[in-house]
Unconditional design. Structure first.
Length: 477
């Protein structure tokens, strides 16, 4: 943890130094570019790239021509327009030529006066930035003074002593120390919440899902997202454990469900095979019927497992076709009532239109409806009445399966569509595979339908299946 603080401090300090030097480098490069080009931000003469030496060259060349000092009209106009003046002095510092010189500029100077006038323009009688140059005329050398408006051209000079140099170096060292302290404080404030965030992530990695107080500052959103993730992972972990528990119970039940009919099949098969048992035709038929029933049960169980696999992996061969929904439901109810197990049960069917056409897979939709009705029959008393109704609402078809049975508890209702879940019902001896309701929901989902279940313990259950009437939508459009 400490090494992280040190590393972050060093990185931050290096970053600040790099920013400083990059800035200085860019500044120098820009100066080189600017002063070697004609870049300007509006000033025609005194632009960013103004250079006194280059400015003076044409005037010096002009005045060095001929025997007398003179400038052409263009150069004189340029000086006048920009409030620039020139003065030529001989070796005795007396004026021999001038252009646009202010009245308060003297015509001659003592050497000391001239030096002071050049070096201290603000202290002179006529504050002016002075630039000097030499002019060769014949065998004589002259001094050229060019005066620029002090509000346009000014210069600064710095004189350093050994002590002042040490002072400036100490300031630089102090700045570096201050930058280091600032970098350390910044990194400490940055690392402290970061370490807490790392610890929270480690907790998630180790399966510790605890909601902690949201942090403030730059990691506020990160902390909030970690807490949200922790909550989601905790919920997923609880659901996973519930599913694993249900799956283990289901495997144990399936093993029992397979073992029981297999034992029966094996026992009756040994009876039929053995010569020592005197079995007549009637007994043989009864044993064969039991073997066939148990074989059919095992086959149904295996088919359920296969169907679950296909539904889970989205490889169910759904074949949509226009079907009369009323006929489909009538067939389903009749098949159940013709089953000896449910022949004494009461199932009522209500509908208001005997020609409701639906685009569906008849085989699997019928299977889903059967599972819903069987669930009502198996988990309620024999006196329970099951009512199946069909309603058309706008572009939807509602299939309602309701009963006046014992109802479903909140816990069972929560897991009713969970694979491998078997509800605990003291009113029923039915031991299904735990896949029927899950299969039914998957089939309805394949038909783009929605299932709503309303149930109250002691009053009964109502299942509403809402299917889109695609054919009706096409006709309307």
């Amino acid at each position: 943890m400490i090494s992280m603080k040190v590393k972050l401090t060093i990185k931050l300090l290096i970053s600040m130094i790099m920013v400083y030097y990059i800035t200085m480098t860019v500044y120098v490069v820009l100066n080189l570019v600017i002063y070697n080009s004609n870049i300007t931000f509006g000033e025609k003469v005194f632009s960013v790239s103004f250079n006194i030496s280059k400015f003076m060259e044409p005037y010096i060349e002009d005045m060095e021509k001929g025997n007398d000092f003179s400038l052409d009209d263009n150069n004189i106009n340029k000086l006048t327009q920009n409030n620039i003046w020139i003065q030529v002095l001989d070796k005795e510092n007396k004026e021999v030529y001038e252009v646009n010189k202010p009245e308060n500029i003297p015509n001659s100077y003592l050497t000391a006066e001239l030096i002071e006038f050049i070096q201290d323009p603000w202290g002179s009688v006529a504050p002016t930035t002075i630039s000097t140059n030499n002019i060769a005329k014949g065998n004589e050398n002259y001094t050229l003074l060019i005066g620029f408006p002090i509000d346009k051209i000014f210069r600064f000079k710095m004189t350093l002593t050994d002590e002042s140099l040490k002072y400036h170096i100490s300031i630089i060292i102090f700045s570096l120390i201050l930058m280091t302290i600032v970098a350390y404080i910044f990194s400490r404030n940055l690392v402290k919440p970061m370490l807490s965030v790392v610890e929270d992530i480690d907790d998630l990695k180790n399966g510790i899902y605890i909601n902690k107080k949201n942090k403030q500052g730059i990691f506020k959103d990160v902390s909030k997202n970690i807490n949200n993730l922790s909550f989601i992972l905790k919920e997923n972990e609880i659901q996973r454990k519930e599913v694993d528990k249900a799956k283990e119970e289901w495997i144990a039940n399936i093993s029992h469900d397979l073992k029981t009919p297999l034992s029966s099949i094996k026992g009756y098969a040994e009876l039929l095979k053995g010569d020592q048992y005197g079995i007549n035709i009637e007994e043989a038929k009864r044993y064969g019927s039991t073997i066939l029933d148990n074989s059919n049960y095992i086959e149904e169980l295996v088919n359920d497992l296969s169907l679950v696999y296909k539904l889970k992996n989205k490889v169910l061969p759904i074949k949509f076709k226009e079907e009369n929904l009323i006929n489909l439901l009538q067939e389903s109810i009749i098949d159940l009532l013709n089953n000896s197990k449910y022949s004494n049960r009461e199932i009522n069917f209500n509908y208001y239109d005997d020609n409701i056409i639906l685009d569906c897979d008849k085989k699997y939709l019928k299977r889903a409806i059967n599972n819903f009705i069987i669930n009502s029959l198996e988990h309620n008393l024999e006196s329970t009445i099951v009512i199946v109704s069909v309603l058309k609402k706008e572009n939807n078809i509602n299939i309602i399966i309701e009963d006046n049975g014992c109802g479903i508890t909140e816990e069972a209702l929560k897991n009713i569509f969970t694979r491998y879940y078997r509800g605990v019902d003291k009113n029923s001896t039915y031991s299904g595979s735990g896949l029927g309701m899950a299969i039914a929901k998957e089939v309805i989902d394949c038909h783009k339908g929605v299932i709503n279940i309303e149930s109250e313990v002691g009053l009964g259950t109502k299942i509403i299946i809402v299917l889109k009437n695609q054919l009706n939508i096409i006709e309307i459009n």
